[in-house]
Design a protein around this ligand. Structure first.
Ligand code: CDP
Ligand code: MG
Length: 565
């Protein structure tokens, strides 16, 4: 795979007069150069060139910003590996520690590192420490082996570091790398990173100073203070991004589709996928990003077998085995549609993705940049589409830095033919899946209530219409009181509280669905969406009602998605 993409890349890099790795002979170990050759990387990408030329030594600290898919992994692995070759390290000691926000990215980085060191006579072992796998087997391999390079996610690494004898294996650490550094140092991860730093040798200690490297496509301006945990004051700052241009790749045409009503989402998504598959020159390989794991699960069920392409699914609510399988399969496949959450929003290198389609609000501007960055990697072409409702259109106004154009087929994406297909499929989907998607949607959208200029009642009304008219639920799905409280929506009109006599579909069990499918209710997510739900549920026509309770503002995702990154 890497070899195939590199053939294209080599051509464009060569055309751009990029320097060759071979020109580094004498500065880079011959085995490293052989590793690069084996990977079919002859020419340096701009970020690789900058890092190799601008660092005063291979052991220098650096903060590096370069766009998605431009080869940052190799750009940090080469200096880090070259740097440790000058030391004679003790067996069993970790020399290079790479931290990644997700398990899948950690495995991908480790795979790239393994290829890069494959030509050394004395093997350089590359290990991973990631969540979701049985800790014991990886840990015992780690303890018994000689893990010169460790790629880890913060949670599992902290688990490892709680053992004194494991902590001692980092005494000689020479390099600490934060990939997706801005994410690793944001509020969500910072406590775990600080805990790791506390367990590792000090930045400057009796054994000298370890090298700190921070890499990302996005580096928010306010992050200098947190970088100080990893980087020395005199670190080199490298950026291949011109500040006047958008952070997304210039070659990716970007479009937005605005639909009037949220209940049209499934129909519009179907039409866009159908249109794009038809229009793709070459082979369509598509990633559809949804806002929460449960919505992604629902999309995967709806569009499976509907569009003539294999469907893949990847989010935090799957087992790690399923996640690993989906990742490997989507890397391997020539064509298909991957329905995913932000678990693969950053860093993942799936070859030849032709289209990234985002449904609903990206978590922020950087999330948009990184998701779009899953396409047009390593010099390839790509396209991006963002599907939003009118209520969510504030996102476009707030993010004018992106060159997003109106989608040419916007007017026709909500049509009867697509609605009929989607509604038929929706009738076959278990109420439990829909109930969870509804609850996740509400939890996620709660955070955007103010930005959409909505009251909590209006938000609940919108979610209710989404469930009944969009998903074809028989009624507003009941939710447990505890879930509603967690979302900060207690007392808001329109919510259907679960009770013993009104259980959630999960509590009711699968038998009820078997009965329900004998006389399925018709979904109404087509262009002539009925207004019936507005009559049934007072909250949806309470557009003039004043908010009774402004729920507590909760973190991204609310109850909807607690992504286990
Ligand atoms: O981290 P970033 O998003 O910048 O990109 P990456 O995942 O490190 O690399 C993107 C793609 O570029 C991968 O498929 C690499 O195999 C390929 N590539 C490279 O890294 N270096 C080259 N000199 C040529 C190709
Ligand atoms: Mg990367």
């Amino acid at each position: 795979m890497a070899a195939q993409s590199a053939i294209h890349t080599s051509a464009s890099l060569q055309a751009a007069n990029a320097p060759t790795f071979a020109s580094m002979e004498g500065q880079l170990d011959p085995a490293l150069l052989r590793g690069l050759k084996e990977m079919k990387f002859d020419f340096m990408t701009p970020v690789q060139e900058q890092v190799l030329q601008r660092l005063p030594s291979m052991g220098s600290d650096c903060l590096v910003q370069a766009k998605t898919g431009t080869g940052k992994t190799i750009a940090f692995l080469i200096p880090a590996i070259q740097n440790i070759l000058q030391y004679s390290t003790r067996k069993g000691q970790v020399s290079i520690l790479v931290l990644s926000p997700t398990r899948e990215l950690a495995v991908q980085i480790a795979d790239e590192a393994k290829l890069l060191v494959s030509k050394f006579k004395r093997p350089i072992e590359v290990h991973t420490a990631v969540g979701g796998t049985t800790k014991e087997s990886a840990l015992s391999k780690f303890k018994l082996g000689d893990p010169k390079i460790l790629v880890a996610t913060p949670g599992r690494l902290n688990d490892y570091l709680s053992e004194g004898n494991v902590r001692a294996k980092f005494d000689d650490m020479k390099t600490l790398i934060l990939d997706e550094a801005d994410r690793m140092l944001d509020a969500g991860f910072l406590p775990a990173i600080l805990q790791i730093l506390h367990a590792l040798p000090p930045k400057s200690g009796p054994k000298g100073q370890w090298q700190g490297m921070c890499f990302s496509a996005t580096v928010p301006p306010k992050m200098e203070q947190v970088f100080a945990h990893i980087l020395s004051k005199d670190h080199v700052a490298v950026s291949t991004i011109d500040k006047s241009e958008p952070p997304t790749l210039a070659k990716v045409p970007q479009f937005s589709v605005l639909i009037a009503k949220v209940e049209q989402t499934f129909t519009a998504l179907y039409s866009i996928l159908e249109e794009e598959i038809k229009a793709t020159e070459g082979v369509p390989k598509i990633i559809v990003f949804g806002t929460t794991a449960k919505l992604v699960a629902l999309y995967a069920k709806i569009y499976d077998r509907q569009l003539g392409l294999p469907v893949f699914e990847l989010h935090s609510r799957l087992t790690q085995t399923a996640r690993t399988r989906a990742t490997a399969a989507f890397k391997e496949t020539k064509t298909g549609i991957m329905f995913a959450s932000d678990v693969i929003g950053r860093g993942m290198d799936f070859p030849d993705v032709s289209l990234v389609l985002q449904v609903g609000l990206p978590a922020d501007a950087d999330a948009y940049t990184h998701r779009v960055g899953r396409t047009a990697r390593a010099g390839k072409d790509g396209k991006a589409i963002l599907l939003l409702t009118e209520a969510e259109s504030f996102y476009l106004k707030a993010n004018r830095q992106f060159p997003i154009q109106p989608y040419p087929h916007s007017d026709t994406v909500v049509n009867d033919a697509s609605a009929t297909i989607v509604n038929d499929v929706l009738q076959t989907i278990e109420p439990e899946v829909k109930q969870k998607a509804y609850s996740a949607y509400l939890g996620f959208m709660k955070v955007a209530t103010n930005k959409m200029r909505m009251t909590p009642e209006q938000l609940v009304g919108m979610a209710n219409v989404f469930a009944v008219d969009g998903m074809g639920c028989e009624e507003v799905p009941p939710m447990e009181k505890s879930t509603i409280s967690k979302m900060g929506l207690k007392g808001v009109r329109g919510i259907n509280y679960a009770t013993k006599s009104n259980p959630t579909p999960a509590q009711r069990g699968p038998a009820s669905f078997a009965k329900a499918t004998q006389a399925p209710p018709k979904g109404r997510n087509g262009p002539r969406a009925a207004k019936s739900s507005e009559k049934q549920f007072p909250s949806s026509n309470s557009m003039l009602a004043r908010p009774r309770q402004q729920g507590r503002h909760r973190g991204r995702g609310g109850n909807g998605e607690a992504e286990a990154w």
